[in-house]
Design a protein around this ligand. Sequence first.
Ligand code: F6P
Length: 553
Amino acid sequence: MSEMNAESRTRLNRLPEWNALGKHREALGQTHLRELFETDPGRGTGYTLRVGDLHIDYSKHLVTDETLTLLRELAAATGVAELRDAMFRGEKINVTEDRAVLHTALRAPADAVVEVDGENVVPAVHEVLDKMAAFSGRVRSGEWTGFTGKRIKNVVNIGIGGSDLGPAMAYEALRAFTDRSLTVRFVSNVDGADLHEAVRDLDPAETLFIIASKTFTTIETITNATSARQWLLAGLGGDEAAVARHFVALSTNAEKVTEFGIDPANMFGFWDWVGGRYSFDSAIGLSLMIAIGANAFRELLGGFHTVDEHFRTAAPEDNAPLLLGLLGIWYGAFFDAQSHAVLPYSHYLSRFTAYLQQLDMESNGKSVDRDGNPVEWQTGPVVWGTPGTNGQHAYYQLIHQGTKVIPADFIGFARPVAELEPALAAQHDLLMANFFAQTQALAFGKTAEEVRAEGVAEALVPHKTFQGNHPTTTILAGELTPSVLGQLIALYEHKVFVQGAVWNIDSFDQWGVELGKVLAKRLEPALTEGAQVDDLDPSTRALVAAYRELRGR
Ligand code: F6P
């Protein structure tokens, strides 16, 4: 695809709708959120949306009614709704891999019909869900025992990327809903320390390994799975028959699963139309289902489906993923925003932003359009963030007074999880006071006059002034339940979709991860055996030599 391909549609930055936004941005100039709220105090309630259990406030964004209209016109001109409908219909919108993109089918009700190549995929989805429910029920009840007859007390998921981040994030998010008698751990890193720390205090006779890999060829996962099998067999006397009681696989590749030595009867399948980073609702969720139970898992799927239906059917003015996607495009293109912060005010969402990093950055970190032409506009942002209030005492300084435009999402809950004891539950209001205070400070800042009025010495006035005008979205829900978690993830999935559609990039491939994999494979013998690698650049050659010396080879 080195040559410029014929353009299938007018390039984004040559559309009249794009230019209209550019002009509008110039006209907006330095308009401050303070002015926008003075002109229209109603935006505090008017610029809000309700989706399922999510209350979404976008009033603290650098937009007016006109901005929103122009952004929606851009979405219409770039065919977002058409591509969305094609996705839901099962068309092969992942053009570079010639695949359908149907994670929405994973949470469709049993009576829905979604066809890929003329075949309804929904029955197969529910068949796997039922198989997962039966298996997780047996593990949770103690009916499924290990090789020596001991009850399974530990579950270790081995996977990476989309085969790790979803269940690992959700396990943390839904801890309050988990069976606390089970130890559930996640191993992803090929650094042996990861597996070592995960199993060092576990009894192999009580441990179930879930090997999660869509392709079942990912080197990190297969290496860790092989080591886990050795650990298990060493602990259980070496009888290979033990593997069948202690290993299950989640994959699309039955052949490789069998080759690895896992009984296909213990395999939970999914399909090529489920992208790795969109696979959390598929069999990849088995570890989470064991932890929270099948009913809670189905509630989670219900949450996803609520937002799927919203995205599919809501009018553009009320469509939350459309709005959030367009706001990101607005800041990237016209404010030169390079990153996007996601700041959950829930300890349980400690892995949420890490999960979104793969979802967003692997999807939209692209620099050619769907036809292979270089893009001439910003695509996906750097997504980052950790739970508040910790961030407030670390990097919020830069958001408040630095030189960068960093749109941020604040996610919070009205109620703490039910199991918190009263004294700890009482801390929740303080947490949420911080939550609201931060978006207030970011939007409205503190003027030099206000600082002076406090009697601050003139020399310190610039240091204590807050410009404000930093855009934020506030997402508020009653409580972090399985359904609410599903709603949140689907909201971001579809936001990412909207952005990819407008930017005209393929959000569903990930060719950018390939080169590093190939080079690592070539380099490994150079590290271990000192093998000559042809065409090695001087920097890497010198680094390999330094490594070997330090390694004592
Ligand atoms: O990083 C590339 C990638 O293919 C991700 O998209 C995927 O989630 C991850 O590797 C793991 O792949 P698999 O599930 O096939 O092991």
